[in-house]
Ligand binder design. Structure first.
Ligand SMILES: *Cc1c(COP(=O)(O)O)cnc(C)c1O
Length: 332
């Protein structure tokens, strides 16, 4: 396949939306009074953490599974996942009545692992990084014939995540900027393709944690590079983009207007604000848009949309953060 054919465009995202209609929720968007007051412009929250399985990943997983042939479905699907993609794939596979095997590293929190097990997927825990988990995926593809559906670097996954961007532009047609949590870039690439396909002047800004921001390091280097994977409050943003990245690196390079990095304290402030002011429970990755606004790290020049991308946080950790435990206390 050529590089050009790999780029996901508006037409693929519209096709994805038809394919997954009835399988995913159209999530609400609400005006945040407190953030709007602070920014002096309307700030809207896309409540995607209310999505079935607790994160947007169900969009991509549902689209990719629906696009498989009957023969591929009979072989089953496999993926490496830090949690939410695995959960989404397990859910979508179960709906479709097909087998799912999920490989993950030991860094994945227990609550995420349990949720996937309960959905009936086979779980393999391998090594200390996403790359180790990926090696097990490659083995299952080669030896057992399973079909790999990766968390982000796949056109049907990106197109599925892009349906979130279509909804945003229908809900806030005059959006000047959309802030997107950024890890492997499946969400950011899909949302940016949809948003800019509909409204070329709307800015799309990626937000990552400073601890191990692989896409940011890769964009700076001009090619996919590896960074050390570190524990972070935004655990769903952990992991590399793949040195052989085929799709999301090029799309993020072409479509994102900026990438902003947050400290752990800034992410914690986002989680706390979501809870105290918006009455929403979000995980670290889902809180980075709020964290970036609170930290003054993005300029707000017009109506702005923040994607609250997931809610799958360990509730004991959430309690400690909203009670004001600092990062230094947590490390001690
Ligand atoms: C996976 C995930 C992200 C990042 O998505 P990418 O496509 O890897 O950039 C952000 N937030 C949550 C909650 C996620 O699960």
């Amino acid at each position: 396949m050529s590089v050009i054919e790999m780029i996901v465009e508006l037409q693929h995202i519209r096709a994805a939306r038809e394919r997954i209609a009835g399988k995913v929720e159209r999530t609400p968007i609400v005006l945040s009074q407190s953030l709007s007051d602070r920014a002096g412009r309307p700030v809207h929250l896309k409540l995607e953490h209310h999505q079935t399985t607790g994160a947007f990943k169900l969009r991509g997983a549902s689209n990719a599974i629906a696009a498989l042939s009957a023969e591929e479905k009979s072989r089953g699907v496999v993926a490496a996942s830090t949690g939410n993609h695995g959960r989404a794939l397990a859910h979508a596979a179960k709906l479709e009545g097909i087998r799912a095997v999920i490989c993950m590293s030991r860094l994945v929190p227990e609550n995420k692992l349990d949720a996937i097990r309960r959905l009936g997927a086979d779980i393999r825990i391998v090594g200390n990084s996403q790359d180790d988990a990926q090696q097990e995926v490659d083995r299952l593809v080669a030896e057992e014939g399973l079909v790999m559906l990766p968390p982000f670097d796949h056109p049907d996954i990106v197109a599925g995540q892009g349906t979130l961007g279509l909804e945003i532009m229908e809900q806030v047609p005059d959006a000047a900027a959309v802030l997107v949590p950024l890890s492997g870039g499946g969400l950011a690439a899909g949302v940016a393709a949809a948003v800019k396909g509909v409204s070329p002047r709307t800015k799309v800004i990626g937000i990552s944690m400073a601890r191990g921001a692989a896409m940011k390091a890769s964009l700076d280097a001009g090619r996919p590079v590896q960074v050390e994977e570190l524990p972070t409050l935004a655990d769903s943003l952990g992991g590399g983009i793949g040195l052989d990245n085929r799709l999301t690196f090029a799309m993020c390079r072409g479509l994102l207007d900026d990438v902003v990095l947050l400290s752990e304290e800034e992410i914690a402030a986002g989680i706390r604000h979501a809870y105290e002011e918006e009455r929403e429970i979000v995980e670290g990755a889902g809180a980075v848009g709020i964290g970036a606004l609170l930290a003054g790290k993005v300029e707000v020049n017009g109506p702005t949309v923040l994607i609250l991308s997931g809610k799958n946080i360990d509730m004991d950790l959430h309690r400690r953060i909203v009670c004001g435990e600092t990062i230094a206390e947590r490390a001690a």
